[in-house]
Design a protein around this ligand. Structure first.
Ligand code: MGD
Ligand code: MGD
Ligand code: MO
Length: 716
């Protein structure tokens, strides 16, 4: 057990007994990684607040987290280890002890390893918890030591990462805090009002100071409606828009030639490539008028400092990687990097000094271990993907693939297999946990010590263990510690306490951590990395890109596809992926009228399934007050498409394709153009008929094995 840390300065006396306040960090998968304050009395979380001292959180929390204590003490919270007693998926479970649960897991796994070898066991986790200790990579060392199948996790941003690393290398680029200095802000495929709220506050402040805010989104999202200019390309055609911007910046003579000459590689070839990608060409493809494209190109070159915030959603169609390469080239062409508040933002995580090798221990992976994609787990479990040995057991934590991964009908079919031994560590009996043989109760936010990985800003964030866990819930890492002990894993990392893990998982001696250590984090709750301040940071003013050449790579000779660690753990023997085009370009969507007219005849509508405002992926979708805010699953459809199908506003409609179907309530609106429908993500399958992922494809995009959630045709 870790010691509870109580900074004296934060103790506030209340009328009768004492409420103590501790530093928390929001553990959810979100670019904001808020620094919070936990108010605790008698070991119970009373309430949460945004930390007013945190420059990004600024004392505010989102609609999901503002009453986080209710999630801690929700009546449906999983409190005890349980074992399945009814048919798979029936949710009939019976309480057992921790010893019984762990003994059962170890004896089943030992038998599977004896019969099929360790690769018959597969881990499945994601960023349901973003902690360094209890999060994404928490079980990696354990399963690597076992020799289990390596699960590649490319839910979110991995195609973007591949494109980014190829073009500019592992830089955090434009600091989200620096947008206060931007004069022109382009938010591209990001619904900041819902998904990056605290960055939106900075954007609004810049807007008040006179900055123009442009949102490029497939539909009129909350953020698009709050913009000065909403540009709406057809889903999956952003690459054409980006190439035409490059064409037009060059054609209008707006290139910062001095910057290009000194700090880029491949300008002549890119110029040649872009020469036929004219605004007229792109207008045909995207539906955005050519004059608008020229105007955007002009303003993006001349209204410096220009900041571009790329959303994860920019990667979610076949040409997503190439699109991100093209967009990432733009600030180098215009010289935007010269300015504080100029450049482009992908993920801040690249400048965080996390030691993933220590966390994950990829050195423990036996040579030749196979890799299975988390996006194709349905194919793997059902046997559609030929695997020898087959997956005979899966352990799932921090993820809910039955709602969140594509091809969910196949996942359910796979999880129904009588011979599959399924373990779920969870807070609730989620859609995935419903199919478990053994359920393990996991602790929540205030109940465990951790530091929260931030992928969207440049602060380290600390989370205090300050509330008692209800029932018999224990932290993820404690589950792995206990399993490792039972399996006789002797490596020292399986014996580290959570606090010792934190000492080992961060490179406290790196220049970015100057003056910061774990004691500092406990005392202050958060710390800005020493990578420049929001008011002076212009990391590529003089080039200095962390690429092999030190330059921005407009062209990458000999590039091959790859999935960056820690989403896929690398070890010697991994083969490089397929060759990539040395230059960025437009690659159209896979499921489209142009690429697959036959399919488009049967399924003419392009569906986009973005995040729900009141849910965090599938979290909170089981809570009544959040359901009330979000409303039931809806399907936004244009008047023209509704009329053509005899659909009236409020009708319950079925949305389907060859992969499956879900139901929702039709919402006829001008917010979507004809040919597009929008249904937001996160609704639970056990509370709704199907989910948006019943229809989505497990096919990868062009880079990083990224998901193609915006590249699906349906009929309504
Ligand atoms: N409220 C809330 N916040 C969240 C989450 C949540 O579930 N709920 N999830 C968190 C997670 S995991 C992530 S990764 C981030 C993601 O944050 P965002 O990147 O903002 O994610 P999305 O809402 O999926 O998509 C953003 C916008 O992209 C648009 N879009 C989709 N496809 C295309 C396209 O092809 N072209 C263009 N131009 N636009 C497109 C959608 O219409 C949507 O408005 O948010 C995090 N924050
Ligand atoms: N159609 C469509 N699908 C999408 C997307 C989309 O835009 N459209 N977005 C994709 C993106 S960006 C992402 S990131 C993925 C997210 O996919 P997931 O990471 O699978 O999303 P969540 O629904 O947040 O699932 C997290 C689960 O972990 C559990 N959990 C949380 N904390 C803990 C903990 O400390 N311990 C344990 N044991 N469990 C915990 C939660 O209760 C929850 O059930 O979804 C992807 N799916
Ligand atoms: Mo995500």
């Amino acid at each position: 057990m870790n010691e509870i840390v109580k900074p004296d300065s934060l103790i506030v006396a209340e009328a009768e007994s004492l409420t103590e306040t501790f530093f928390g960090g929001c553990p959810h998968d979100c670019p904001d990684t808020c620094s919070m304050l936990f108010d605790v009395k008698d070991g119970q979380l009373q309430g949460v607040r945004g930390n007013p001292d945190h420059p990004m959180t600024r004392g505010g929390l989102c609609v999901k987290l503002k009453d986080y204590e209710k999630r801690h003490y929700h009546p449906d919270r999983l409190l005890y280890p349980m074992k399945r007693v009814g048919p798979k998926g029936s949710k009939q479970f019976e309480r057992i002890t921790w010893d019984e649960a762990l003994d059962e897991i170890v004896s089943r796994w030992t038998a599977i390893i004896d019969q099929h070898g360790p690769q018959a066991i597969a881990p499945y986790s994601y960023l349901g918890n973003q902690g360094l200790v209890h999060g994404l990579n928490g079980g990696d060392a354990f399963f690597n030591r076992m020799g289990a199948t390596v699960m590649e996790r490319t839910f979110c941003g991995e195609g973007s990462c591949t494109a980014w690393l190829l073009t500019v290398g592992p830089t955090a680029g434009l600091d989200p805090d620096s947008y206060i200095h931007s004069k022109y802000i382009v938010i591209w495929a990001c619904n900041s009002v819902s998904t990056n709220l605290h960055h939106w506050a900075i954007v609004k402040d810049a807007q008040k100071k006179g900055a123009k805010v442009v949102v490029i989104d497939a539909y009129a999202s909350r953020t698009a409606k709050a913009a000065d200019w909403h540009i709406a390309p057809k889903p999956g055609t952003d690459g054409a828009l980006a190439m035409a911007l490059i064409n037009s910046i060059i054609a209008q003579g707006l290139v910062d030639q001095d910057y290009v000459d000194n700090h880029t590689v491949g300008f002549d070839e890119l110029k040649e490539r872009a020469s036929t990608r004219t605004p007229e060409w792109a207008a045909e493809i995207t539906g955005v008028p050519a004059d608008d494209i020229r105007k955007l190109a002009y303003e993006m070159a001349t209204e410096q400092p220009v900041g571009i915030r790329m959303g994860v959603a920019l990667e979610r169609h076949y040409g997503g990687g190439q699109t991100i390469r093209a967009v990432t080239c733009i600030p180098a062409l215009t010289g935007a990097w010269r300015h504080v508040g100029g450049g482009v933002t992908q993920f801040g995580v690249w400048e965080h000094p996390y030691k993933f090798d220590v966390m994950c221990r990829p050195d423990l992976i036996p040579e030749g271990t196979r890799v299975v994609s988390n996006l194709q787990i349905g194919r793997a479990l059902t046997g559609e993907m030929k695997l020898d040995p087959p997956i005979m057991s899966m352990m799932c934590w921090n993820s809910n693939p039955v709602t969140q991964a594509p091809e969910t009908d196949k996942i359910v079919e796979g999880l129904m297999r009588e011979d599959l031994f399924m373990v779920s560590a969870e807070h609730f009996i989620s859609d995935t946990a419903s199919y478990a043989d053994i359920l393990l109760p996991a602790t929540m936010g205030a109940e465990m010590e951790d530091m929260i990985l931030s992928w969207g800003h440049l602060y380290l964030t600390y989370n205090t263990k300050c509330a008692e866990a209800p029932g018999e819930a224990i932290p993820n890492n404690e589950i792995f510690r206990q399993l490792a002990a039972r399996l006789g894993f002797e490596e020292e990392n399986f014996k580290w306490s959570d606090a010792e893990c934190l000492e080992h998982y961060v490179d406290w001696s790196s220049p970015a951590c100057e003056g910061i250590d774990l004691a500092y984090m406990r005392e202050h709750g958060f710390a800005r990395l020493k990578v420049g301040t929001p008011d002076d940071r212009a990391p590529h003013r003089e080039g200095n890109f962390p690429t092999p050449t030190g330059k921005c790579m407009l062209k990458v000779e000999g590039a091959t596809n790859f999935v960056a660690p820690p989403f896929r753990q690398m070890y010697e023997g991994f083969q490089p992926g397929e060759a990539l085009d040395p230059l960025p370009d437009y690659l159209g969507p896979r499921e489209s009228h142009t690429n697959d007219p036959e399919l488009a005849k049967r399924f003419p509508l392009n569906i986009v399934s973005p995040k729900s405002h009141y849910f965090l992926n599938s979290c909170y979708a089981n809570m009544e007050d959040k359901q009330k805010g979000q409303g039931e699953q809806f399907v936004m459809i244009s008047q023209a498409d509704a009329d053509a199908r005899g659909i009236r506003d409020g009708d319950r409609v079925r949305v389907g394709n060859d992969r499956g179907a879900f139901k929702g309530v039709a919402r006829i609106t001008d917010d979507v153009k004809a040919g597009i429908v929008v249904a937001t993500l996160g609704y639970w399958r056990q509370l709704n008929e199907g989910t948006v992922n019943s229809i989505s494809s497990g096919a990868f995009t062009d880079m990083g094995h990224a998901p193609s959630f915006s590249d699906n045709l349906v009929e309504v």
